[in-house]
Design a protein around this ligand. Structure first.
Ligand SMILES: *[C@@H]1O[C@H](CO)[C@@H](O)[C@H](O)[C@H]1NC(C)=O
Ligand SMILES: *[C@@H]1O[C@H](CO)[C@@H](O)[C@H](O)[C@H]1NC(C)=O
Ligand SMILES: *[C@@H]1O[C@H](CO)[C@@H](O)[C@H](O)[C@H]1NC(C)=O
Ligand SMILES: *[C@@H]1O[C@H](CO)[C@@H](O)[C@H](O)[C@H]1NC(C)=O
Length: 498
C-alpha cells in the first residue's frame, strides 16, 4: 500500500533527530556464519538452500543426508553474489536427486553452523493431503518495524526485536511448523523502503534500508530454513522508497528489485517438466519453462497442486511499477514484450488435472478487494486467463487484511458458488503484519463473505483430496481460526479450457 501521507508527515522530524542511525544487526566474528537461511522447491526432487554471509564464499557448500548423524552427501556451487549497498553475500546451493517427501538433514558448511532439516517436495501426482500457508505483506518486527509503540493497528505485545519468534506471525508459523509443508509469499517482504517511518533513520536512509533487510531475513530464518519459502515480487521490493518522484534518487542497489533478485533469483524454480502422458501438455510445459522468469514469474508442482506465481508489478500493459507506471517505481521490465502473459497461458494450459487436480495462482496485487488497493490493470491482464484455464484458487495480498470471496469472474458471482464453480475463488491474505499497519476492511463487495482487519493473520490452505480444498484464516497471535471454507471441485476434465 502507499506511504505518501506518512512520508510527508515524517519530514519535519529531519530537523529534530540528527544523532540516530540505522540499526544493523551485529556482524558475527566468524564471517562464514550463515544468516538469513532460506529454502525453496527448485524442481522435481530438488531444493535450493540459500543463505547470506558477511564475506564472499569461494565455494558455498551444503552437506546433507537422511540421518542427522550421517550427512553423507555434499553439494557445492560458486554462487556467492552481492550488490552495491549490501553488506552481505547471497549464497545458493541446489540439492538434486532427493527422494520425495523424505526428511533430510542438512548443514551449511561453515566453521560456525548447525544441522537443520526439511521435508523434500512431494512428487507431482502424490495425492497425500497436506497444508501450505499463504503469508503476504510481512515486515520487520522491532525498532525499524512494528512494535508495541505506535498506533493500535501496528501494535504487538512484545517490545523487543529478539528473538525473532516474538514476531506474531512468524511465531505462529514456528509453533505450527509441523502442520504445513511450505509457505508462499507473493510480495512485500521486510518493508525496507519504509525506513523513513522511523525518525532515527532520516539521515541514514541508505543504511537503514539494508539494516531492515538484514533484520527481517534473520527473523524469517527459523521458518525459511525449515520449510520451502516461495517468493514473488510486491511493490515494496522495487525501490528504496515508495514515494513517487524520489525513486530516481535511490542509490544503485536500492532500485529495480535489486535485493529481491539477488536474494531469490537463483533459488526459485522455472516451471516443472510435465509428467502428463499428453504430448500437448509436455510441449506447453516446455514452453512455460523457457518463458518463466524466476523469481518474478514461475511455477512448481507439489503433490496434488500446481502453483503458478505471477508478477503484478511489471511486465504487462499498464503494470503499476514499470517506468511510467502509476506507482512511480520505475522498475522492470524483466522479460520481453508479453513474455509473462505467454508464460502464464502456456503454464496453465500444461496442467494435467489427473496429475495435479488443484491449480492455484498467486500474486501480489488483488483485483477483488473490499477496500482500496484494487489493481485494474492486473484484472485486465490476468483475470480472463485464470478463468479460461479453470484456476481453482487465486491468492493475493497488498491490502493488509484477510478477505475471502466467492468464486467470481468478471465481477459476476459463479452461480454454483463453492459447489464446483467454473470461476476461481479469490482470497486476500495480506494481514501478516508490517510497519504500515492494517488496512480497513472497507465497504462491502458483493461476492465477499469474510473480511478481517482486527489483528494479524494469514491463510492456511489444505488440500484434503482431489475434490476438496480448505482455506482457514488464522489469527497469528492466538491461532484462532477466523474463517473456514471448503471449495468442492469435481475436476473431471483432464485439461480445462473454458
Ligand atoms: C556463531 O553463530 C551464532 C549464531 O548462529 C552467532 O551468535 C555467533 O556470534 C557466531 N560466532 C562467531 C564466532 O561468529
Ligand atoms: C518473547 O516472547 C516471550 C513470550 O512469548 C517472552 O517471554 C520473552 O520475554 C520475549 N522476549 C523478548 C526479548 O522480548
Ligand atoms: C531493471 O532490470 C532489468 C533486468 O535486470 C532491466 O532489463 C531493466 O531495464 C531495468 N529497468 C530499469 C528501469 O532500469
Ligand atoms: C457483504 O454482504 C453480503 C451479502 O449482504 C454478506 O453476506 C457478507 O457477510 C458481507 N460481507 C462483509 C465483510 O460484511
Amino acid at each position: 500500500m502507499h506511504m505518501l501521507a506518512s512520508a510527508t508527515k515524517s519530514l519535519p522530524l529531519l530537523v529534530a533527530c540528527v544523532s540516530a542511525a540505522a540499526s544493523y544487526p551485529p556482524v558475527p566474528k566468524d564471517a562464514t556464519t550463515p544468516v538469513q537461511q532460506r529454502l525453496a522447491v527448485k524442481g522435481p526432487g530438488s531444493v535450493s538452500v540459500a543463505w547470506n554471509t558477511y564475506q564472499k564464499l569461494t565455494q558455498p557448500c551444503v552437506q546433507y543426508g537422511t540421518s542427522s548423524g550421517a550427512l553423507t552427501s555434499q553439494a557445492c556451487s560458486s554462487d556467492s553474489t552481492t550488490y552495491p549497498t549490501s553488506r552481505t553475500y547471497s549464497n545458493v546451493v541446489t540439492l538434486t536427486g532427493l527422494s520425495p517427501a523424505t526428511t533430510y538433514y542438512y548443514k551449511i558448511v561453515s566453521s560456525n553452523s548447525t544441522i537443520d532439516h526439511f521435508l523434500s517436495p512431494r512428487l507431482p501426482g502424490d495425492k497425500t493431503p497436506f497444508s501450505m500457508n499463504a503469508v503476504i505483506d510481512m515486515g520487520v518486527y522491532g525498532v525499524d518495524g512494528y512494535t508495541i509503540q505506535g498506533d493500535a493497528s501496528k501494535r504487538d505485545t512484545i517490545p523487543s526485536i529478539d528473538p525473532s519468534l516474538n514476531h506474531t506471525t512468524i511465531g505462529r508459523l514456528a509453533q505450527t511448523v509441523n502442520d504445513y509443508e511450505f509457505i508462499f509469499h507473493p510480495g512485500d517482504f521486510a518493508y525496507a523502503d519504509d525506513w523513513f517511518e522511523k525518525p532515527k533513520n532520516i539521515l541514514d536512509g541508505k543504511n537503514a534500508f539494508q539494516a531492515i533487510l538484514e533484520q527481517f531475513y534473520i527473523q524469517l530464518a527459523p521458518i525459511a530454513s525449515r520449510k520451502p519459502y516461495m517468493a514473488s515480487p510486491g511493490n515494496h521490493e522495487a525501490a528504496c522508497q515508495e514515494v513517487p518522484l524520489t525513486t530516481g534518487l535511490c542509490p544503485a542497489g536500492q532500485k529495480n528489485f535489486t535485493d529481491f533478485m539477488n536474494r531469490f533469483g537463483h533459488t526459485m524454480p522455472t516451471a516443472f517438466p510435465s509428467t502428463s502422458a499428453s504430448n500437448t501438455a509436455k510441449i506447453a510445459a516446455n514452453r512455460a519453462q523457457m518463458l518463466a522468469k524466476p523469481p518474478f514469474w514461475y511455477s512448481f508442482e507439489y503433490g496434488m497442486v500446481h502453483v503458478t506465481m505471477i508478477d503484478t508489478e511489471t511486465d504487462f500493459a499498464n503494470a503499476p511499477d514499470q517506468p511510467g507506471g502509476s506507482a512511480g517505481l520505475n522498475s522492470g521490465p524483466f522479460g520481453t514484450a508479453n513474455q509473462q502473459l505467454d508464460f502464464l497461458a502456456a503454464d496453465l494450459a500444461s496442467v494435467d488435472r489427473s496429475v495435479t487436480p488443484w491449480l492455484i495462482v498467486a500474486g501480489h496485487r488483488p483485483w477483488y478487494t473490499t477496500g482500496s488497493g484494487q489493481c485494474k490493470p492486473c484484472q485486465a491482464a490476468f483475470e480472463s486467463v485464470l478463468y479460461k484455464y479453470g484456476v481453482d484458487l487465486a491468492v493475493f495480498g497488498h491490502v493488509h487484511n484477510s478477505q475471502r470471496f466467492l468464486p467470481v469472474n468478471n465481477k459476476v458471482a459463479d452461480p454454483k458458488g463453492m459447489n464446483d464453480p467454473k470461476a476461481p475463488m479469490y482470497i486476500v491474505a495480506g494481514g501478516a503484519g508490517n510497519i504500515e499497519g492494517m488496512s480497513d476492511v472497507g465497504a462491502n463487495y458483493s461476492t465477499n463473505v469474510f473480511a478481517y482487519a482486527d489483528d494479524f493473520s494469514y491463510a492456511s490452505i489444505s488440500l484434503q483430496d482431489k475434490n476438496h480444498l480448505k482455506v482457514d484464516f488464522i489469527r497469528s497471535s492466538t491461532g484462532q481460526i477466523l474463517d473456514s471454507s471448503v471449495l468442492f471441485k469435481s475436476h473431471t476434465q483432464q485439461f480445462v479450457v473454458q
